[in-house]
Design a protein around this ligand. Sequence first.
Ligand SMILES: [Fe+2]
Ligand SMILES: [Fe+2]
Length: 177
Amino acid sequence: MKELLHSLLGTLTGTDPRDIRHALKRDHDELLELAEALCEGSGGANRRQRFDRFRELLRAHSRSEERTVYRALQRTGAEEAKDFANEGEVEHGSVDALLAKLSRMRDLDSEKAHAHFQVIKEMLEHHIEEEYGEMFGLLSQHFSAEELAQLGERFESAKGSLATRHRKPLAREEATA
Ligand SMILES: [Fe+2]
Ligand SMILES: [Fe+2]
């Protein structure tokens, strides 16, 4: 993972700060950090807060990534790009299912919850590694610098509108859990 990060930083150096890959990397960094913390020891109220932030960010990131990057890759018509996007969506769905199970658990410090956090962290690391190792290259291959900047702007605005729209449903879901 560290080697990949190094080569990734090399790839991104000097690119337009609006390039979508910068925004994706910022989210990935925070998600990996939160997943790591959720796998460690107990944390009481902190743990619940961290989980809420993790769940909210992961949902906003996944949906916005699907609607902008994955959709753009599918539209290229290139087999490799379409396969990557289709498989990525399936992986997002698997993590969503585990998150939904965790959302229904009262005790986030239980052994069962810990096992779920561990599996989610491993799936996340694998998924992000593939996005750096394959998707970032596909983006360079199929899109111009200006198109990557436009994708970045669309990604940020999709995330913004999801955050506003999800505030109420999330509160409802917690109330019935
Ligand atoms: Fe991602
Ligand atoms: Fe993804």
